[in-house]
Design a protein around this ligand. Structure first.
Ligand code: SF4
Ligand code: SF4
Length: 365
């Protein structure tokens, strides 16, 4: 239960407290018609009064609320803040007749993100497992350790959301430093750890009271009930691996552009490629890591053969790995129900619909 209340007119104190504590702040702002996480210097920089309309292949914003967070996720997850789209891992430089190897330090500094949603936190927890377990990735680790996360419980899910069915939302339950529940008159605030408790102590809050907590809980529950899409909660590994030859893969391939948008916006996708990029003088050569996608031909290129040469193969790979193979790797599905791949697919392909179709017998029985 959140036990502190920050009235709306005192909300600017949150950004001030974070900046006073040395954090650079990112928060929701509108860019090119979508809500994205960008730098904010004061609370007035945050978007206000907006709601979103999302559907397969469609996203638009409308005015008309008295709240800061009456919308569901935009296209960017937390992923680019920790697993950046393109970066140099190491560099080789000609020197004295030999080569000198350098490891560039990632540019990091304390960074607070205001407005992370439960599905974002679930995606981050999965990326943590991939990049930090075993031999930790030093670039990811450095960026992850500097993050201060201000989560917001979702009360306005999009038509494409289904986090309730994957068990990842709409309430933020882990991996945050502070969590907010927005009401018309202000915010319930709770800390998720010592760093969050320090910021909370610096805010001009007051007792929240049971009635506000009850209202906030009711709004979160209503957000779960409002979600229209769902994935089966069971492990789909055997279901999908048993349908490798189902005609639906060819059918979806007629609509899929193999563009990779779904993997770019997905908060859990972690595939990447590496390339060597020499400078024009041939003195320095960078080893660069960049996001890759199972929808590119290069991703399955092995010894002169593109293993997954067709779009049907690539869509099958994506879905069976995401919802099936992840259970072997991580003990759960790789989908946290954020719905981004549905909204941002240019042809509106909906993985919940594809899973349902794969459950039908070929021939429409
Ligand atoms: S597969 Fe789609 S709905 Fe699931 S986490 Fe990735 S982008 Fe979100
Ligand atoms: S499913 Fe949609 S977003 Fe993903 S590769 Fe195909 S067309 Fe692009």
């Amino acid at each position: 239960m959140a036990d502190r209340f920050l009235p709306r007119d005192r909300f600017p104190a949150l950004v001030e407290a974070l900046r006073d504590a040395g954090y650079r702040c990112l928060g929701p702002r509108v860019r090119e018609g979508a809500i994205v996480m960008e730098e904010v210097e004061r609370a007035a920089d945050l978007c206000f009064g907006l709601r979103d309309r999302q559907a397969p292949g469609s996203y638009r914003l409308e005015e008309g609320t008295g709240r800061h967070f009456a919308w569901a996720n935009g296209p960017t997850a937390l992923k680019p803040l920790t697993f950046v789209p393109r970066e140099t891992l190491w560099r080789a430089r000609r020197e004295g007749g030999g080569l000198r190897f350098e490891a560039p330090e990632p540019e990091v500094g304390p960074l607070a993100v205001i407005g992370a949603r439960a599905c974002d936190l679930a995606g981050l927890a999965l990326q943590d497992r991939h990049f930090l377990e075993g031999e930790p990735d030093p670039f990811y680790k450095a960026r992850r350790e500097r993050l201060f996360l201000v989560a917001v419980n979702c009360t306005h899910p999009a038509d494409t959301c289904f986090c309730a069915s994957t068990g990842d939302g709409p309430r933020a339950e882990h991996s945050f430093d502070l969590v907010l529940s927005e009401l018309d008159e202000g915010f319930l605030v709770a800390a998720g750890g010592p760093a969050g408790a320090d910021i909370l102590a610096a805010l001009p809050t007051e007792e929240a009271g049971e009635e506000r907590n009850r209202r906030a809980d009711a709004e979160i529950e209503a957000a779960a009930q409002a979600q229209k899409r769902s994935l089966p909660s069971r492990n789909l590994r055997d279901f999908l691996f048993g349908r490798q030859e189902h005609p639906r893969w060819e059918e979806v391939a007629e609509r899929c552009l193999s563009c990779g948008n779904c993997t770019n916006v997905c908060p859990t996708c972690f595939c990447h490629s590496q390339e060597t990029v020499p400078d024009l003088e041939g003195e320095v050569s960078d080893q660069v890591r960049q996001w890759d996608s199972c929808f590119t031909s290069g991703h399955s290129y092995i010894h002169g053969i593109v293993v997954r040469a067709t779009t049907a193969n690539r869509y099958r790979q994506w879905l069976t790995h995401k919802l099936g193979g992840w259970h072997d790797q991580f003990g759960r599905s790789g989908c946290v129900g954020c719905g981004r791949c549905i909204t941002w697919c240019p042809t509106g392909i909906d993985l919940t619909e594809e899973v349902a179709a794969l459950g039908e017998e070929p021939g429409g029985a």
